[in-house]
Structures are given as structure tokens and as C-alpha cells.
Unconditional design. Structure first.
Length: 310
């Protein structure tokens, strides 16, 4: 029997999707690809394969899950199976360098970024920036390695000190710091390469921007003298010409489901800095807006399964 296969390495992030698949009475199978055995002489089962592999898998002791998933996707695609978020999508998920090159190729502006291997080279690369800059990991997710530096001396103390956070793939990015008029970024969600909604994410508390409920110790915060508010807020009726560019970018890169994040500087210029092919949603924000990303994904996967003539 044909099924929907969910490829991932994080049960907490996948649980909301499985709940909707069950509610919609859609047949599915959970493929937790932390480790396993892949017989290349065997033929894959029939169905729709949804790749939700995460760039941050190594932070959950699943160091080689992306590499194993890459092998499985190559096997599936070699047999002509329907893969949602292809092997190309995985390539972009685990490399911001690849992301930025692909975004730039579609006329989508990204912040000035220099990729570096080696601690001494990090210091040297930072000299290319006139103002504040940030560091981040090339294979990241969850804001891994993101720190703001005002000058090279502070960076040198960090890089040469005991708290330096070594990237899992050895590649550190130095990136210009984009100053926005207000402390927030915008994340645009796409399902079936079509825009679903945009969410405003408050950045005043730092760079931990994962919207999944499992990432949030406490979604709401209450600064002194201010009313309680949510870190995530779905924007009603969001429109922007960037959405058309994003949809074309997704089409060209084998990405069906993703969240794309951008920041707008003080002059109104958009800088796109992250593509999340393992997208998650914040339940509190969705409840307020009355729109549910995982439900939309479940329906989309069901529609794709129904199209199969088997």
C-alpha cells in the first residue's frame, strides 16, 4: 500500500504533523534516520517521501543523520520516487554557503558574508567589515554560533578563548550586521511552493528564533513595564514582491516546504539570511491567526499521495 513517509531525526518536531496525518486518516510511516542499513539493491516502497532532516541534528547526538538521509534520498530519487524536499533541498539545509549562492543566483539579496576555515582566518576575514558583524555556523539551525561583535578585539578574545564554538563542518561565517528600524525579523512560510503566511519574530531577546513549541521554554515574555506579548505573531494579509522571487527560488531548487527568513534594514532594503527546509510552526501564534501549518502540510502530502496512479 502506498504511504506518506516522514524522514526526520526529531520526534518532538514531527509529532504535530503525525497528529494531523492521523486526524485526516492518511496512511503514513515514520522514518527516523539517525542510523540504519540501506540496501542499494532493494527497491523503495511506493509513496510520497517528505524529507524533514535538520541541519542541527548533531546537537541531538545525531551527527551523521544528514549524511545518511542524503544516501536515502539518492536511492529514492534514483528509483523515481516522489520526494518532497529533494536531495538539493537537503544540500541547502546543511550549508548556508550553498543557500546564499542559490539565493543570489535568483536576484535575492543576502548580507555580505565571508566563509572561513581556521581560527586565524576568522580574525583576518573580520577585517573586511567596517562596522559590527556577526558570526554563525555554516551548518546551523537554532541560531548555532550566532554572536554579535562590535570590533575585532572582542572577536579575537572569543576565538582564542575557551568558549569558542567550533562549527560541526569547520566552516564559520562572518556576516555583516543588518540594523533594522525595529527589533524583529520576518519568516515566510511556503507549502507546495505557495506562500502560506508570514510571521513576525521578536529578536529583542536574542537570536534563538526556532518557532517550534519544543524550542520554546516560554514563548511569552514580560519585560519590566511592558504588557505580556508573544515572540511570534502571524502578520495578517502580508504581501511583498519578494514572495514571487522566493517561490521561483523554491521551484528551481527542489524545495516544496520551507520557511525563509529576512530582515529589513532602516532604509527598507530586504536581506534574506536563512532558508529552513525543516520548517516548524508556533502553535500559539497559529491559534490566534486560525491557520495551521502542519495541517496544511498533511493535506498537501495527502493530495500528492492521491495523485499517484498505483
Amino acid at each position: 500500500m502506498k504511504k506518506i513517509y516522514i524522514i526526520h531525526e526529531n520526534n518532538e518536531w514531527t509529532a504535530p504533523l503525525l497528529k494531523w496525518l492521523e486526524e485526516l486518516n492518511l496512511p503514513y510511516e515514520d522514518w527516523f534516520l539517525d542510523k540504519g542499513i540501506l540496501d542499494l539493491s532493494a527497491e523503495p516502497p511506493q509513496g510520497v517521501f517528505y524529507n524533514r532532516m535538520s541541519a542541527s541534528s548533531h546537537t541531538r547526538n545525531h551527527r551523521y543523520a544528514p549524511e545518511y538521509t542524503g544516501a536515502v534520498l539518492a536511492w529514492l530519487e534514483g528509483h523515481g520516487r516522489k520526494v518532497i524536499n529533494s536531495s538539493r533541498a537537503l544540500q541547502l539545509e546543511i550549508s548556508k554557503v550553498a543557500q546564499y549562492a542559490a539565493l543570489n543566483a535568483h536576484g535575492i539579496r543576502t548580507p555580505k558574508t565571508v566563509a572561513v576555515v581556521g581560527k586565524e582566518q576568522i580574525i583576518e576575514a573580520a577585517k573586511k567589515f567596517n562596522g559590527p558583524f556577526i558570526t554563525k555556523h555554516n551548518r546551523a539551525g537554532k541560531g548555532l554560533g550566532v554572536q554579535l561583535f562590535q570590533n575585532i578585539d572582542v572577536l579575537r578574545n572569543y576565538v582564542e578563548g575557551p568558549d569558542f564554538d567550533e562549527p560541526i563542518d569547520g566552516i564559520t561565517l562572518i556576516q555583516e550586521y543588518i540594523v533594522s528600524a525595529e527589533p524583529f525579523i520576518t519568516r515566510c512560510e511556503f507549502i507546495g511552493r505557495k506562500f502560506l503566511y508570514a510571521v513576525k519574530v521578536d529578536t529583542s531577546q536574542g537570536f534563538q528564533l526556532c518557532p517550534a513549541d519544543a524550542c520554546q521554554i516560554e514563548d511569552a515574555f514580560c519585560p519590566v513595564g511592558e504588557a505580556k506579548k508573544s515572540k511570534f505573531e502571524i502578520i495578517d494579509g502580508f504581501t511583498n514582491p519578494i514572495l514571487e522571487k522566493y517561490e521561483k527560488f523554491l521551484e528551481a531548487n527542489g524545495i516544496h516546504i520551507a520557511g525563509i527568513e529576512f530582515i529589513m534594514d532602516k532604509n527598507g532594503q530586504i536581506f534574506t539570511y536563512d532558508v529552513n527546509t525543516n520548517t516548524n510552526y508556533n502553535s500559539d501564534a497559529e491559534k490566534v491567526a486560525g491557520i495551521y501549518g502542519m495541517k496544511a502540510i498533511a493535506r498537501y502530502l495527502g493530495d500528492e499521495l492521491a495523485k499517484m496512479n498505483i
